[in-house]
Design a protein around this ligand. Structure first.
Ligand code: ZN
Length: 136
């Protein structure tokens, strides 16, 4: 019996928005808020390949930071509100914006790793560093 099963895999963007398994699109990707499950509970895909590292945090902080800071600057120029208005609008917008988008972005990057078969770079040894064939 072969292990070849056809999966109607979602696109990385679909898998990211649904926070689901990048192979079957049904299983859960996360065990907690941001902790990845060890494997898919539907198709058994081992999530050991997934290592987005700091990528999701970087993209989320950059994207949300740019949008919220632009809104902050626009509001400051247009209305000159008191500082407490920014404390109750800008800071919560930064925090909630980051929390709301971190899971989908992490899921999207894991799905992109799976689809593109991305993994950590490896070096092949070419021999000793002091060895030069031309000197022979
Ligand atoms: Zn799955």
């Amino acid at each position: 019996m072969t292990d070849d099963v056809f999966y109607d895999s979602p696109t990385p963007l679909e898998a990211g928005l649904k926070c689901c398994c990048p192979r079957c699109g049904q299983g859960k990707l996360f065990q907690g808020f941001l902790k990845l499950a060890p494997k898919c509970d539907q198709c058994g895909l081992d999530y050991g390949f997934a290592d987005p590292a700091d990528g999701p945090a970087f993209f989320v902080m950059s994207g949300v930071g740019i949008v919220v800071t632009a809104f902050f600057a626009w509001a400051e120029v247009a209305w000159q509100p008191p500082i407490w208005v920014h404390l109750v609008t800008t800071f919560p917008a930064l925090i909630l914006g980051c929390l709301a988008t971190l899971r989908p972005v992490k899921s999207w990057l894991v799905a992109a790793q799976y689809i593109n078969k991305a993994e950590e770079g490896r070096f092949e040894s070419l021999g000793r560093h002091d060895f030069d064939e031309r000197r022979l």
